[in-house]
Ligand binder design. Sequence first.
Ligand SMILES: C[S@@+](CC[C@H](N)C(=O)[O-])C[C@H]1O[C@@H](n2cnc3c(N)ncnc32)[C@H](O)[C@@H]1O
Length: 458
Amino acid sequence: MAGKSLLAPLEQLRDLIDASIATLQKNEEELRKTPVSLDALEPHPIHQSTNTDVRKALKTISSSSQMLRALTDPQTFLNDIFMGVCAPPFPNDKIFFHDGTALLVCVEADVANVIGNAEIHIDEIATRTGIESDKLARYMRNLCNSHVFREVSPNIFANTSLSGLVREEGKRAHVAHCLDLVRRSSCKAWEALTLPEFKNSNAPDKTAFNLAYNTDMKIFQYLSEVEPEIGKRTKVAFASGTKVNTDEFLGVYPWEKEGNAKIVDVGGGVGGGTMPVIKAFKDLRLVVQDIPDTQPNFERIWNEEQPDAIKEGRVKFAVHDFFTPQTEEADIYFMRHVIHDWPDAESVKILANTAAKMTSSTKLLICEHVVLPSYRLPPNTNSDTGLVKNEFAAPEPLLANWGAAHTSRLDLQVLACLNSRQRTQAQYMELLQRAGLEAVHVWRNMGPLVIIECRKLG
Ligand SMILES: C[S@@+](CC[C@H](N)C(=O)[O-])C[C@H]1O[C@@H](n2cnc3c(N)ncnc32)[C@H](O)[C@@H]1O
């Protein structure tokens, strides 16, 4: 009797990959005549696609390859977790993160821009970065194993499509923010989970960050007052997210319907979440609110990237503390990655301050990752519970949330730094209700961000 193949999961994954490659072949125009290659120095145009089938096919291949590695090489896969990038909450002496260190070294030395489009000997890279040649080569070789840089012949290095990404200032700032400040904080996770004064606290100043930096200040205050240079880098890092796939980000919400609406980007940083919107929809107006030390970076970045919007007065910066009553009127309040920074009590205060200024027609758009479970939905489950809707779930045998590591890592990041969390849809609904708001629509596509459209409760 024919039984189930002993290699069934491998065969299922192979079939998923085959079907996904066939989808990419069918959507050939998305390739824009550019071969897919790690040696390419620019990101491939397919990564800017907004075609749902293409996005699903790419996610399926990526997620399948992760599961294939776990199935076929479990020891190495686990090694990747404890010796690679991650800093899980184990006692300090068990934390390794050499891949992260290697990337941080190369980003701090700006190796990718030193190499540019050339193939360069390590001695020249060493001279231009000031880092000792043999040591730098060893960090770079570690990254070559993950296709970040390429050793084309002995001691001659070139960029790849991955190292090419860190030629951009925002991405370098993001890498350094995560691998320096957040990683140092994360190393104190075990103490934060076990020390009596910290273990049961949800306060944003009783965190792993507070232990790592030996401070009672909340992280944003600390960065303003004690480490302004690192604070500046953090602002640039926050703005880098939408550059991953701008069209996909713009496609989450129907901005074209909003005419000349006035948007107030609350806790908007340098406006990383709203800059692409203003660039694409020329009638929209924008006020970006944040703490005072954000303003110089805001002015520098907008004057570089969209000087006309500033000159025409279509875009302005305003100092505003979101823990105080909202003073600026708006058609749309926008908050990206603001609520995810704060525990529930503080989040309700921020939302209630906004709600108090809203009328029945004002919109609040909350833009965040929304946590999806890795387990599968029983059919017809109410999506209000925050479970994955089938149209967005990954196919079997993948984890239902595609192994959504980014959202989960962000969750641990804000836990370490602010005692906050990434939330499920149901958890957002509960916060909104406590602040006198309700969700009227949840906008999403295949991208990582969701926009929850809210109104003031009647
Ligand atoms: C994670 S960043 C998000 C920035 C921006 N919304 C984005 O998506 O690029 C959080 C922002 O909240 C700002 N922030 C922190 N505390 C604040 C406060 N009390 N009032 C206003 N903004 C604040 C920080 O300066 C930072 O720019």
